[in-house]
Each structure stands twice: as structure tokens, then as C-alpha cells.
Design a protein around this ligand. Structure first.
Ligand SMILES: Cc1cc2nc3c(=O)[nH]c(=O)nc-3n(C[C@H](O)[C@H](O)[C@H](O)COP(=O)(O)OP(=O)(O)OC[C@H]3O[C@@H](n4cnc5c(N)ncnc54)[C@H](O)[C@@H]3O)c2cc1C
Length: 304
């Protein structure tokens, strides 16, 4: 049932294993733990936007129906900026492309994760390795690159030695993307269900050569698969975990700036504390959204 209504929910309720044997992967395990504590997880269910009443959040509108509520946390990763735009909220986010490949099993190679000059490796359960470059930051030039040009100038300058811009089909895709849409029509999140950029071959080739130079065991190893992922970042590379004052009830937990896998659990806890008004885990001030709107000096803490 759709919460708060009599409608059936056509989107799949998160089922623990779908009958498949599956290793204990972190994100699904966290989802299961949340379900055990009463959370409801709906997959294949795009959120089109939120409804407001007298300016405050009153519902989440999904492709399958509406959920009445007074508090919403947007944790949409690289989609968060587009989502906010439909609400008239300017969230400066840009994405870089992370590229990774995995190898067949390798003998006589490090058991531990290693980060070296132009490569980073982590051993997998099957004896193969996940490999990335680590020292190159590829990014697409997209319409948001111009929209947020000045916001990101300082971070771009700091990270200039590692940055490698490229122009891909994503420019046109995002150029054509609607910046606002009515909630009873298909949203950009349904038009593209998964952001799945092509890995950057040149970067992976370099990682492969660097790795083989450091560890000859990798010299002729077979590459089984490669993939890319978008990494959303804010202008100071600090997440936004915060209310948006102009829309009461609307909170952001986005822009984890390449560290979301590590800091995700704590970011989630802080977002929950902030949203329900509990004593926060840490001082939430550095994560406030208003630093981008109140003239605060933006000071990047790292290069991306
Ligand atoms: C190749 C690569 C390597 C990385 N390595 C590391 C690492 O070693 N350590 C580390 O800490 N981090 C790493 N990261 C970064 C990390 O994966 C991200 O920071 C993290 O996933 C961000 O979490 P998130 O929850 O904010 O966003 P996401 O993980 O992107 O999750 C957002 C979710 O919201 C969904 N969504 C968005 N909009 C809607 C909508 N309108 N309706 C419904 N659903 C929606 C999306 O489908 C997605 O499932 C890496 C990233 C990549 C790509």
C-alpha cells in the first residue's frame, strides 16, 4: 500500500535478496538494518518532486503516487542539483567521473589496499583486484560547468594539476534536460534511471601501466570489466547537510564530494538529527546550505 493512502504501490518494495545468493554488500545491508527498524524502502520509484503548502513541505510526489509528509531529506547524489532546480533552489554541484576496472584473480599481489603513484588497488573476494588511477580527475564539461563556473573557480585552481576536462554526449543530454517539470509528468529521473558514465579509457590505461610497473604480477592480467561513476562535489568539497531555510521541512544531505562511501553513515546520522531537531552528532555549521547564499567565504578543504 502507498503510505497514507489506499493506493497499491507498483514500485518494488526492497526485497532482501530477491532469492539470489549475494555476499554481504554494505549498502543493501544498511537498507535491511533500516527495514528491521521500521523503515520502508521503495526501489524503482523515482521521486518527481515535493509539494508545498504555504511554502512548507507537505508531500513527496513519486512516479507511483504521493506520500504526505512534512519533512523531506534529499540525498540524491549527483541528481540533487537538478532536483533542487525544480524547486527554485540553487545548489552548486558538479560531478567528476570516477573510472575503475576489475581484474581476474592475481597471484603474488598485495593482500592489502595500496595507493601508489598513479594507481590504487583493492583485493576483491574472488582474488581479483579493483583498480583505479587515483591521481587524475576526469570531468565532463556540461551546462552546469558554466552555470557554476565562479562557484568552482577556487577548487578548480587548487585541483588544476589533476583535472582532465572532456566533452561527451552528456553535454547535449543535460542541455536538453528540463530544468522544471510538472509533478504529474515524467521527470528527468525517470528518463534516465541510472547515471552510468563510460569509464575514461586513457585514465585506466595509465593506471594499468603504473600498476604493472610497481607490481609485475599485474603485467598481463586480464581485465574482466570496467565502469564509471559520477562523483558529486560542492565548491568547497564539504557536504551539504542542512535545512533549506526558504522551504521549511526540506533538508539536504548531498555533495558528499567523493567521500560518501566512508562518511555516509555519519552523514546520514547528522542529516537525521538535523531534520528532527535532535542534538547533532557534530557541529552542523560547516555543512550548512546557507554558506552558498549568505556571502560566506567558501574555502575548499581539499582538491577533488
Ligand atoms: C568510482 C568511484 C569510486 C569511489 N570511491 C570512493 C571511496 O573509495 N570512498 C568513499 O568514501 N567514496 C567513494 N566514492 C564516492 C561515493 O560513492 C559517493 O560519495 C557516495 O556514493 C555518495 O552517496 P550519496 O548517498 O550522496 O549519493 P548516491 O550514492 O549517488 O545515492 C543517491 C541515490 O539517490 C537516487 N536518486 C537520485 N535522485 C532520485 C530521485 N529523484 N528519485 C529517486 N531516487 C533518486 C539515485 O538513484 C541514487 O541511488 C566513489 C565514487 C565513485 C563513482
Amino acid at each position: 500500500m502507498l503510505p497514507g493512502s489506499n493506493q497499491e504501490w507498483p514500485g518494488g518494495l526492497y526485497t532482501p535478496t530477491d532469492g539470489r545468493a549475494e555476499p554481504a554488500i554494505a549498502a543493501p545491508e544498511m537498507a535491511r538494518a533500516a527495514q528491521r527498524r521500521g523503515a520502508k524502502v521503495f526501489t524503482q520509484t523515482a521521486v518527481r518532486g515535493i509539494e508545498t503548502t504555504a511554502g512548507a513541505v507537505s508531500a513527496v510526489v513519486t512516479e507511483h503516487g504521493t506520500i504526505r509528509c512534512s519533512t523531506v531529506i534529499l540525498a540524491g547524489g549527483a541528481w540533487s542539483g537538478v532536483f533542487c532546480r525544480n524547486l527554485g533552489i540553487r545548489l552548486p554541484l558538479l560531478s567528476t567521473i570516477g573510472s575503475v576496472y576489475r581484474t581476474a584473480p592475481v597471484l603474488d599481489a598485495p593482500e592489502r589496499s595500496v595507493s601508489g603513484a598513479g594507481f590504487a588497488i583493492r583485493k576483491r573476494l574472488d582474488g581479483g583486484y579493483s583498480v583505479s588511477h587515483g591521481g587524475i580527475t576526469n570531468f565532463d564539461i556540461v551546462p552546469d560547468s558554466f552555470r557554476f563556473f565562479t562557484d568552482f573557480l577556487q577548487l578548480t585552481w587548487m585541483a588544476r594539476k589533476s583535472l582532465r576536462p572532456c566533452l561527451t554526449e552528456r553535454f547535449l543530454t543535460e542541455w536538453r534536460q528540463k530544468s522544471s517539470w510538472p509533478l504529474d509528468q515524467v521527470s528527468p529521473f525517470e528518463a534516465i534511471r541510472t547515471l552510468d558514465p563510460r569509464p575514461i579509457k586513457g585514465t585506466l590505461d595509465k593506471a594499468r601501466r603504473n600498476l604493472a610497473a610497481a607490481f609485475p604480477a599485474f603485467k598481463d592480467v586480464e581485465i574482466l570489466e570496467s565502469w564509471g561513476g559520477l562523483i558529486d562535489a560542492t565548491p568547497d568539497a564539504i557536504p551539504v547537510i542542512s535545512p533549506v531555510e526558504t522551504v521549511p521541512g526540506f533538508f539536504l544531505a548531498s555533495g558528499l564530494s567523493g567521500h560518501g562511501f566512508g562518511i555516509g553513515p555519519a552523514a546520514g546520522q547528522l542529516a537525521a538529527d538535523v531534520a528532527i531537531g535532535a542534538e547533532p552528532l557534530v557541529d552542523p555549521a560547516p555543512f550548512r546550505y546557507s554558506r552558498f547564499t549568505d556571502g560566506s567565504r567558501i574555502e575548499p578543504i581539499i582538491g577533488i
